[in-house]
Design a protein around this ligand. Sequence first.
Ligand code: BG6
Length: 478
Amino acid sequence: MGFRKDFLWGGAIAAHQAEGAWDVDGKGISIADVMTAGDNVTKTPRRITRGVLEGEDYPNHLGIDFYHHYKEDIALMAEMGFKAFRTSIAWTRIYPNGDDEEPNEAGLAFYDDMFDTCRQYGIEPVITLSHFEMPYHLAEKYNGFMDRRCIDFFVRYAKTCFARYKGKVKYWMTFNEINNQAEHVRMGAHHLVQEGAVLVNEGDDVEKLMYTSAHHELVASALAVKACHEIDPDAMIGCMIGMNGVYPASPDPHDVLNAQKAMLQKYYFVEVHARGHYSKGMLKKFERKGYDFIKPGDAEILAEGKVDYIGFSYYMSFATKFTGRFGDTYDFSEEDYVRNTYLKASDWGWQIDPIGLRWCLNWFNDRFELPMMIVENGFGAYDKKEEDGTVDDQYRIDYLKEHIKAMRDAVNYDGIDLMGYTMWAPIDIVSASTGEYDKRYGFIYVDYNNKHEGDMSRSRKKSFYWYQKVCQSNGEEL
Ligand code: BG6
């Protein structure tokens, strides 16, 4: 009973939310660099500007300056007993414009040193190739993944990384939360920008844009998987799915079928990654809609690029009520979801559901029978730093503890093959959805806030010492 001996306990961040140094050492502008700050209190959403504009607040330009602090930050992670550290490579440090012929040596060298630092502490880097940070130039010149040339640019970038970091990085993932774009109606078209650098113009058929660019990404991902296997047979490469299960709001069969449709809409991506082909239901849908983006040769590429494991994030669950529109044009909007009265929610409205994590692990396992890694799970909250410098974040401990218990049950009772758990995020960083500093996830407090006050100094919260015990006891002591 219990987690495997080599279980990868750790934490996860992403380059654009932490590194800062947005224009240092030859780095190009990424799509994260043109996203403004939002605010949960005033309900101000993030905006995407056309280029970097004077007078705008772009929090990702500074991040938490991990670019200059990574040695100190990784040392703190090692102190907690991390076995794994998940982050991403900023594509724009390696290929500043995305379509450059040659990579930027300074960018490659930065990650060499970061990965070496991890390995000195016995920490395995778990690396995402594209985490909401595609080169902005690809958006402007090609409309991102709407253009098949971006498949080649991504594959060139991926191959450069596999060759350079062979032996240093054993665990890779291709596109972070590739499936978020399926929720562009509910969450906004900016998800197409975040995921595939696709800029949406007035009058565009957004659904068609989404399926087309997502298909090109799936092809790019499969080619990268194949290249990874060829370049470094000792490495494992997975997909990364944003997993938040959808329950029926009631036993009404309409709600039950509706929930099943929602799952298909949100998670068809993993079928392609794991099985190497689309489900019949999705192909039927593309046929009915007259979509012809699947070109000769694509099916073979998808079949040859099946992932080795499923990486996924889990924060919350949803419940859906039938609103009279499942069928061809099915797409989820805010009104399709209802509040689950059995669950509490965070200050950002994210419904807290530890049992849902076990449900999701089983959902994946029933269908794909692949090893899994939970590569994000965490609690964003307003923390209060006391006069004496301490932060009592018991709510974060409670959240994580219940989720780890559910995951342990899934391993012990459901036979789930779980490789690791990299919670989000071991250190406070910029929020992806709102662009805030005040939405904190860390065990390590970073002295900086939405108003740009603070000196960026790092300190240990109460949860730091709790997670240290979890890592050191291989999940026995919660
Ligand atoms: C996931 C992303 O969606 O959730 C991360 O992969 C993100 O980049 C995390 O930070 C938490 O979301 P947020 O909006 O609270 O930062």
